[in-house]
Design a binder for this molecule. Structure first.
Ligand SMILES: Nc1nc2c(c(=O)[nH]1)N[C@H]1C(S)=C(S)[C@@H](COP(=O)(O)O)O[C@H]1N2
Ligand SMILES: [Mo]
Length: 234
């Protein structure tokens, strides 16, 4: 961690790139706190910076994965949306050929993979979890998304919204996660699915996703619209 030069951070390396570059274990150490404090000074432009589509975020042994994963949102756990598989439909819009909505059952029938990665929240905590789901890339191919478009955006049942660039959407570790710690994703963690993107900070991992859209216009994000570096500690 000491090898990370201040000017490197200020030039705007992404967290994923930083982790990959340094091999630094992002545990809750003072060094990480100071790095996270740096992140809070980032602006939108920097957030959209450096990303290598080929490099993988670190993965961990099963024994490192936490069973009781920490909850986070701007509201309390009890207020988290309670989506019912009977009514739920994933809506598709924008540059996608087949916009038919998806049921939970159809989503669960997609091919799935498991990853054990570290979720890092700008509030200054991080946690290793085990998520299982479908690479977003496979889903986008399946529905005939225009993979030459620039962005993929997400809308969520709680009013949250986020978006990522297409290289991140196609990254092999970017998952539509249906399970956490081998169990169907708990309600407050985003049932029926969350985007699990280990190359991005926690707030770029939208939960309770209800719409996926493909676009050339940069999607807005809930925290980016609010300066994206400030949290009240929910
Ligand atoms: N829909 C939605 N997604 C969201 C959020 C949210 O408030 N609503 N919070 C984000 C933030 S800041 C974090 S750290 C993670 C927390 O996910 P968890 O509750 O599974 O730990 O979700 C992210 N995705
Ligand atoms: Mo977060």
């Amino acid at each position: 961690m000491t090898l990370i030069r201040r000017d490197l951070l200020e030039r705007g390396f992404s967290l994923g790139a930083l982790t990959l570059l340094t091999g630094c274990d992002l545990s809750d150490s003072n060094a990480v706190q100071s790095v996270l404090a740096k992140f809070s000074a980032w602006n939108d432009r920097v957030q959209a910076a450096l990303f290598s589509p080929d490099r993988l975020a670190p993965t961990f042994p099963e024994s490192d994965a936490v069973k009781d994963f920490r909850y986070n949102a701007w509201y309390g756990r009890e207020q988290a949306p309670s989506l019912d598989a009977a009514d739920y439909r994933l809506l598709l819009s924008g540059r996608i050929a087949d916009k038919r909505p998806w049921t939970v059952e159809q989503l669960h029938a997609l091919p799935q993979e498991t990853q054990i990665t570290r979720h890092v929240c700008v509030e200054g905590w991080s946690m290793i979890g085990k998520w299982t789901g479908t690479p977003l890339r496979i889903f986008l191919q399946r529905v005939g998304a225009d993979l030459t478009a620039r962005y993929v955006g997400f809308e969520c049942a709680d009013g949250y919204y986020e978006g990522i660039d297409m290289p991140t959407a196609l990254h092999p570790q970017t998952l539509m996660a249906f399970k956490l710690a081998d169990e169907i994703l708990p309600r407050e963690h985003g049932y029926p699915f969350k985007l699990r993107i280990p190359t991005k900070l926690g707030f770029k991992n939208p939960k309770f996703v209800t719409t996926i859209y493909v676009t050339d216009k940069e999607p807005r994000g809930y925290w980016p619209d609010r300066g994206y570096n400030w949290f009240s500690g929910s």
